[in-house]
Design a protein around this ligand. Structure first.
Ligand code: FEO
Length: 170
């Protein structure tokens, strides 16, 4: 049984995951509009993955007999200066999400809620990957600077990213 406090916290986390999805979709659309198709693809995959994150929490709540309450999704920006700006915001945002997950872990530990703790472990691991990916791309685009040729090379590389459904949702 998940406590009411934990249910509220997970509902907020579901909202944060959906907001993340919305943010990355906005970045994907901005990249599309600027003919950066690889970057648009990378963020489109990110938008799908964030919806998966929300889905994993939703499934957990449903399995535990708790009700998912969908909260309003805040507005997101629609334009970024350049790809580096997008990836810097991605990294900053992922660090904030990591902190939110860590806070849920602390709450579950305080409550002795081992089932939630076990589910959260997936997110703890996922956040390491999320931050690493964003960090690598900040490095790549920082090195590229204003060299449009290098930016286009990176764009082609990001076109290769493919979505795959996580095992936990199969
Ligand atoms: Fe759901 Fe990118 O963290």
């Amino acid at each position: 049984m998940i406590t009411k406090t934990m249910q509220n916290a997970i509902n907020k986390q579901i909202n944060a995951e959906l907001w993340s999805a919305y943010l990355y979709l906005a970045m994907s659309m901005d990249a599309e509009a600027k003919a950066l198709k690889g970057i648009a693809n990378w963020f489109f995959v990110q938008w799908l993955e964030e919806q998966d994150h929300a889905r994993i929490f939703q499934n957990y709540m449903n399995s535990s007999g708790a009700k998912v309450i969908l909260l309003p999704i805040d507005k997101v920006d629609s334009e970024w200066k350049n790809p580096l700006d997008m990836f810097k915001q991605t990294l900053k945002h992922e660090k904030e999400v990591t902190e939110m997950i860590n806070e849920l872990v602390r709450m579950a530990m305080n409550e002795g809620d081992f089932a939630t703790l076990s589910r959260l472990q997936w997110f703890v691991d996922e956040q390491v990957e999320e931050e690493e990916n964003a960090n690598d791309l900040v490095d790549d685009f920082s090195r590229a600077g204003n060299d449009f040729g290098t930016i286009l090379e990176l764009d082609s590389k990001l076109a290769e990213r493919e979505y795959s459904k996580p095992e936990i949702l199969k």
